[in-house]
Ligand binder design. Structure first.
Ligand code: UDX
Ligand code: UDX
Length: 457
């Protein structure tokens, strides 16, 4: 039996450890967090994050071989393997502000591990996404004192996406483990690989050097985001030329070399990772004196900001250039469906821009209303939160679809139209709704990268 500890009970740490506990019943896993509230939620019937299928897995293993605790020191003292899955935000101050990674929590965790470890050999697993060479920095801190403990730091980035975390963890495309090439490094990688091999086929477990592993994580997110910015850039051109982005996306996606995933046009990507990781990548390139490479990746983020702004500007222009006192119903605030997560959601800048125009906004979302309230807490304006999408749309001039929750496709749009101010508009930030049907009801429909369906002259 191995004692496994995970520091950080967030979107990554919680689900990942639940899955390891499920498939490795012989091991004991403790997840710790500095937030007592989070730990209390993990120990309750209402988990701190909404993720389809997660509760069932947690219920199966909690109290059996998975435990949630706030006692970081005791957790470290007993652990043979320590996953570090804390958030790694963008630095907001000093050198590299707005671009580099804020490593202060990372270093604090390293020091806590150093002062509390009691086993002879401890494997520290870097789960958080970090700048390349962060594992080496962690190893330097851990090995700064000779207290009889040998620490081996390895990198094992997580590729799960929110909303599909359990599916992704159950059947990952690959497990990436990066370690040093010496005997101790290889042994640590093998130990971790054996853990995953409880349910992941060996051929999907990829062993690399530490820096390849760290860089692959940053680069995977950058590549995914780059595809979205690429398709979003073409929505703007489609709107000028009359081409249809769905047709273009299908046509290029059928080319096996391009592939069909991540070609859905949108109001812009969001989430805790893409913007942050691209900024880190760009900063890293800048640091290594590669300004052209840095600018290339920066442009992926700029295009995303452009797309969000373009969506807003289309709303303003089509509503006769004034939104003052007009009610805008926001369908969806989460950064994607099947999550309550609102980190870097495009809904936030859109709401801010609408409020700056003195519009009244009415936000609905099946899971993200609590987080929406937090995001908008310091922003002044006429803001309403509605559980019921029909109520959110009552008396509205426009519907703005920001998050493509399945249930938004199934709403009774005739009923919604009847309760709205005319002319009524729909701005579909995901090309998710049945545009022809909405047009036939009487809506003026503004998709992305497709011809507008308008009853107005
Ligand atoms: C993950 C990854 O770990 C991060 O690298 C990636 O870039 C974003 O996704 P995530 O699990 O989504 O992070 O973050 P979050 O849900 O914020 O969870 C992190 C947890 O770590 C929080 O609950 C926080 O309280 C905890 N934490 C943070 C600690 O326990 N100790 C610390 O020192 C800092
Ligand atoms: C991402 C990566 O997919 C995952 O591997 C990594 O571990 C964490 O970051 P996540 O942010 O949870 O996962 O969700 P993802 O499905 O990648 O979506 C990110 C954003 O891109 C969302 O706002 C989504 O709506 C948007 N998106 C995605 C598009 O706009 N178009 C697409 O075709 C796909």
């Amino acid at each position: 039996m191995v004692n496994i500890l995970c520091i950080g009970a967030g979107y990554v740490g919680g689900p990942t450890m639940a899955m390891i506990a499920k498939h490795c019943p012989e091991h004991r896993i403790i997840v710790v967090d500095i937030s007592a509230k989070r730990i209390a939620q993990w120990n309750s019937e209402k988990l701190p994050i909404y993720e389809p299928g997660l509760f069932e897995v947690v219920q199966e293993v909690r109290g059996r071989n998975l435990f949630f605790s706030t006692d970081v020191a005791v957790g470290i003292a007993e652990a043979d393997i320590i996953f570090v899955s804390i958030n790694t935000p963008t630095k907001t101050y000093g050198e590299g502000a707005g671009r580099g990674t804020d490593l202060q929590y990372w270093e604090q965790v390293a020091r806590a591990i150093l002062s509390n470890s009691q086993k002879r050999n401890v494997i520290v697993v870097e789960k958080s996404t970090l700048p390349v060479r962060a594992a080496a920095a962690m190893a330097r801190i851990l090995n700064s004192e000779k207290n009889g403990v040998h620490f081996e730091v390895i990198s094992n980035p997580e590729f799960l996406a929110e909303g599909t975390a359990i599916k992704d963890l159950t059947n990952p495309d690959r497990i990436l483990i990066g370690g040093r090439s010496n005997q101790s490094g290889q042994k640590a990688c093998d130990t971790l690989a054996d853990l995953y091999a409880h349910w992941v086929p060996r051929e999907k477990i990829l062993l690399t050097n530490v820096w390849s592993s760290e860089l692959s994580k940053l680069f995977a997110n950058a590549m995914l985001a780059q595809r979205i910015s690429s398709i979003n850039s073409i929505t703007a051109l489609c709107e000028k030329t009359g081409a249809d982005i769905s047709e273009v996306s299908q046509a290029i996606g059928m080319d096996k070399r391009i592939g069909s995933h991540f070609l859905e046009a949108s109001v812009g990507f969001g989430g805790s990772c893409f913007r942050k990781d691209i900024r880190h990548l760009a900063y890293l390139c800048e640091h290594y004196d590669l300004p052209e490479v840095s600018q290339y990746w920066d442009s992926v983020v700029s295009l995303n900001d452009y797309q969000i702004n373009r969506f807003f500007k289309n709303i303003l222009a089509s509503q006769f250039n004034t939104l003052a006192n007009k009610k805008m119903a926001i369908l969806g605030f989460a950064f994607k469906p099947d999550t309550g997560d609102t980190r870097d959601t495009p809904a936030l800048p859109i709401c801010q821009k609408l409020l700056a125009e003195q519009a009244s906004i009415s936000i609905t979302d099946p899971q993200a209303l609590a987080n929406a309230r937090l995001e908008l807490a310091d922003i002044e304006g006429d803001i309403h939160y509605e559980e019921d999408p029909y109520k959110a749309a009552e008396g509205a001039h426009s519907l703005l679809l920001i998050t493509h929750w399945q249930e938004y496709r199934e709403l009774d749009y005739q009923r919604i139209f009847d309760a709205m101010i005319k002319p009524a508009f729909v701005f579909d930030g995901r090309n998710f709704l049945d545009h022809q049907h909405l047009f036939e009801i009487g809506f003026n429909v503004f998709p992305l990268g497709k011809p507008i369906l308008s009853h107005l002259q």
